[in-house]
Design a protein around this ligand. Structure first.
Ligand code: NDP
Length: 249
């Protein structure tokens, strides 16, 4: 991926941070967004630079429609400028809200928040990225194993939003295929992050739902994303990939 420019949304921690660093290890210059944790963002930027790549930490809230789209332009303008007019080669739609809870507890504000970050922000970033991508462009979206199998109650809102991303991915593949741009979606199983710590109150039950009996590491998702982002994956588009320890098996 030498000389390519990638943007990872929500890249200061967890799966996004692992992905940002992994893409840098593959040779990409990497921009990423975050909202709250500047210290964590600076740390990830430092790890990218230590690999000899350029890094750009962008404070941009995916819940804000203008910021979600503008982050793409800021990444392309900050790190792009080669490879024709593209400016952006890879978009990883990772930022997400993991709001779980019983159906009758979900408020209108919850619904708006989850759909704003997990669906609208992804749509707008993908739209802005597609406008800047040339041949070889890659849009990779992080879904969830809960779009394949909802293992119990409490996931109604989260599964609703994430499932919309499957339709988005397939439609983007059709829309952008002739331009040589691919769109794929990766469904992590339970992954040890701040959002879902492997020592959290519901962790043992989640690990038991997988075939391998354990949580995954963020790097195990990042390696799939890196493969899909690379040149070898040019014939893979509109597809879903589970990195879930067999959660859906
Ligand atoms: P974390 O909560 O550990 O990290 C979230 C990252 O996203 C942080 O960098 C955070 O930045 C950033 N972020 C949060 N909200 C926004 C926002 N509104 N706009 C921009 N950036 C934001 O999450 P995970 O790494 O666990 O999850 C990443 C993705 O993977 C999500 O889409 C999640 O739904 C999905 N997923 C996770 C699973 C898991 O078990 N962990 C399983 C299946 C899917 P800041 O530091 O500033 O808060």
């Amino acid at each position: 991926m030498n000389g390519t420019v990638a943007l990872v949304t929500g890249g200061s921690r967890g799966i996004g941070a692992a992905t940002a660093v992994r893409l840098a290890r593959e040779g990409a210059d990497v921009a990423f967004t975050y909202v709250r944790d500047k210290e964590a963002a600076d740390d990830v930027a430092g790890r990218i630079r230590a690999l000899g790549r350029r890094a750009l930490a962008l404070r941009a809230d995916s819940a804000d429609p203008e910021e979600a789209a503008a982050a793409v332009d800021r990444a392309a303008e900050g790190l792009g400028g080669h490879g024709g007019r593209s400016g952006l080669d890879v978009l990883v739609n990772n930022a997400g809200v993991g709001l779980l809870g019983p159906l009758d507890s979900l408020t209108l504000a919850d619904i708006d928040r989850v759909l704003a970050v997990n669906v609208r922000g992804v749509f707008l970033a993908s739209q802005a990225a597609a406008a800047r991508m040339g041949r070889g462009g890659r849009i990779i979206t992080i879904g969830t194993c809960m779009t394949q199998r909802v293992p119990g109650p409490g996931g109604t809102l989260y599964a609703t939003g994430k499932s919309a991303l499957i339709g988005l991915t397939k439609a983007l593949a059709r829309e952008l295929g002739e331009r040589g741009i691919t769109a794929n979606i990766v469904h992590p199983g339970p992954i040890d992050t701040d959002m879902n710590p492997a020592d959290g109150p519901y962790a043992a039950g989640q690990a038991a739902m997988t075939a391998v009996g354990r949580f995954g590491e963020a790097a195990e998702v990042a390696s799939m994303v890196a493969y899909l982002a690379g040149a070898e994956a040019a014939y893979i588009t509109g597809a879903e990939f589970s990195v879930d320890g067999g959660h859906a098996a």
